[in-house]
Design a protein. Structure first.
Length: 287
């Protein structure tokens, strides 16, 4: 097989040629040498008895963004430098490295530990905020369990209480609002599931709870209409001994909706449901 020749440099005898395969192997060798050098430095630092050398290499890797190499060195230094003046910065770099690697579960643990261990240190405010931010980043889609969402809200609020003059106050309020919207959406869709399953009594209760929890929600009009629809279904299909009570409850739901949204999108539907309720109430009371 004929290999492509690549000119490299002039010689007395003319041009020196290397095959393309040789060039590839040469490049791989250079890359490998660089990798070997980096690994050697990392291994030397791990094995070194010099704490200053370990720290210098750890900070070098941290500054380069090689957090996976910085962390093992910093973990050794945490143990070896415990109780010294350098301990605070080492713990900070260790916690922050996990955060910058986007390992938010471990980062939250180490950031909280830093803030608890060094409550008045230079980086405590930053670490307290980042701890809360880790829970924000771990907050899942609204369909999933929202434990981290609630913890994030609590931690952000606690941060503002501890640091009332912080420049991060607006950021905290923005994050809290996003988290609350997620909880609001989850609550609305949970109530909606009852409605779609035709569990109208459960739907009515769930939407009423939603309206109490989120009185200014963008879903308020729809939720109030769902309450009316649910109460209408419950009343119209109720046993006779509870029918009057439930008809009257459904009619109260109509009045609440009509008062809140006199020009509502579904006002005509609400009026029709109310007429059915009144007709049924007249029939029941006449019997």
């Amino acid at each position: 097989m004929i290999q492509q020749a690549v000119p490299t440099r002039a010689t007395k005898g003319g041009l020196l040629f290397l095959s393309s395969t040789a060039v590839i192997w040469l490049l791989l060798g250079l890359i490998g040498a660089g990798t070997f050098t980096a690994c050697s430095e990392f291994n030397r630092a791990l094995k070194s008895d010099s704490l200053e050398y370990k720290m210098a290499v750890a900070e070098k890797y941290y500054d380069k963004g090689s957090y996976d190499r910085a962390i093992p060195l910093l973990e050794e230094l945490i143990m070896l430098k415990r109780g010294t003046a350098a301990s605070e910065r080492i713990n900070y770099l260790h916690a922050k490295a996990h955060f910058l690697m986007k390992d938010y579960v471990m980062a939250a643990y180490y950031l909280e530990n830093y803030a608890r261990t060094f409550p008045t240190a230079q980086y405590t405010e930053e670490c307290t905020f980042l701890n809360a931010y880790c829970y924000y980043k771990n907050s899942p889609a609204y369909e999933l369990d929202q434990a981290d969402t609630r913890t994030a809200i609590d931690q952000l609020q606690l941060f503002m209480v501890r640091y009332p003059t912080t420049i991060l106050k607006d950021s905290c309020n923005t994050l809290i609002e996003r988290l609350r919207i997620k909880l609001e959406v989850k609550s609305y869709h949970a109530a909606e599931q009852y409605f779609h399953m035709r569990n109208f009594q459960g739907a009515s209760m769930a939407f009423k709870d939603f309206l109490r929890a989120y009185p200014n929600s963008d879903y308020r009009e729809d939720a109030m209409m769902r309450v009316l629809r649910s109460d209408h279904q419950v009343a119209m299909n109720s046993v006779e001994k509870r029918k009057v009570e439930r008809l009257q409850e459904a009619m109260r739901s109509y009045r609440n909706f009509a008062d809140a949204y006199p020009q509502g999108v579904e006002r005509d539907v609400a009026d029709r449901l109310n007429e059915e309720l009144k007709s049924e109430l007249d029939r029941v009371t006449k019997e």
